[in-house]
Design a protein around this ligand. Structure first.
Ligand code: NCD
Length: 322
């Protein structure tokens, strides 16, 4: 077993055994009345440092810690209200906050910055989104939702739709799906937000059947899961590129008619027009159930991290643990 802190930086850390342990524990926690949840985090403090906007991620992490009997301290607008505004580095901020808390949850606009913070502290750090790189806990929630909705994670046909270039949730989910067996993945993106070819290669090398297609309506009848995403406006340097990517693939009633009865529609949220609210009443619209799943899944993860139980089959640097 590792002796150092159990960081959660990338979905590459997770194998099937670990995933199913987390999903089963999340199910148990979701079924318990809040009063019956034993305080596995009692006495512990979680610090949330968010250098980018967030609703679901920060609040569900904080609710999860609170439900487990722990306490929360938070820099909600860390970019403007923490010492980062004075020019402090993420490493210095993390070192200091690690002296006040037993667990850090960090979101930051720069890819790799959460790993940099983790490298200098002796408490666990959870990546709550680092730029366009990864959003591991969102991907865990997404796969947990697929497991809950379909009862399995294997043999599924899944479309990832929208911003596959800057969307860290879609990138992390694609990587996590390499732990499933017999998965067929359609990538459906406007030309300016196609997935990085290196990542596509990585997915194929890991055994996923990946096809890039540009007609969502044509593949819709084959899908078990349609994963829609927001075009990440804040990551575009050129506003005309953003405009070109918007509105290209919209989930509306017409598209729902083409989707099988058993399929589900997921979205990490927030949505800004890529899913018509008119489909919210459709039982296949699972995105609000998905958001709710964030609470028990993050509880299961926090419990594990605080108990110093391994949250990695391999270290984040890719080396297997001894
Ligand atoms: C996502 C994010 O921040 O990457 N949101 C989330 O955490 N649920 C997706 C997005 O912002 O589009």
């Amino acid at each position: 077993m590792r002796s150092g802190p159990q960081h959660v930086l990338s979905v590459k850390q997770f194998d099937r055994r670990l995933l199913f342990e987390l999903f089963q524990r999340a199910d148990e926690l979701a079924a318990l009345p809040p009063r019956e949840i034993t305080g596995t985090a009692r006495g512990a403090i979680m610090a949330t440092l968010f250098y980018e906007p967030s609703t679901r991620t920060r609040l569900s992490f904080e609710a999860a810690m609170t439900r487990l009997g722990g306490a929360v301290i938070s820099a909600e607008y860390a970019a403007s209200t923490s010492s980062a505004a004075k020019g402090e580095t993420i490493e210095d901020t993390a070192r200091v906050v690690a002296g006040y808390a037993d667990l850090l949850v960090i979101r930051h606009p720069v890819a790799g910055s959460v790993a940099r913070a983790a490298a200098v502290v002796d408490v666990p750090v959870i990546n709550a989104g680092d730029g366009a790189n990864e959003h591991p806990t969102q991907a865990l929630i997404d796969l947990y939702t697929i497991w809950r909705e379909h009862g399995r994670i294997d043999g599924m046909t899944i479309a990832l739709v929208g911003d596959l270039r800057y969307g860290r949730a879609a990138r992390s989910l694609a990587r996590l799906l390499t732990q499933s067996v017999g998965t067929r993945l359609f990538l459906v993106a406007p030309p300016v937000t196609r997935m990085d070819p290196l990542l596509v290669e990585e997915l194929r090398a890991a055994g996923l059947r990946v096809e890039e297609v540009d007609d969502l309506a044509a593949v819709a009848p084959e899908l078990d899961v349609l994963y829609q995403t927001r075009i990440q406006r804040e990551r575009f340097e050129d506003p005309s590129e953003y405009a070109a990517a918007c509105g290209r693939f919209v989930v509306d009633r017409d598209l729902m008619r083409r989707l099988p009865e058993h399929a589900v529609v997921l979205h990490p949220l927030p949505r800004v027009g890529e899913i018509d609210p008119a489909v919210d009443d459709d039982p296949r619209a699972a995105y609000f159930r998905q958001a709710r799943n964030g609470l028990p899944l993050r509880m299961a993860l926090i419990e594990r991290v605080l108990a110093h139980r391994p949250v990695a089959m391999v270290a984040a640097n890719g080396h297997a643990h001894a």
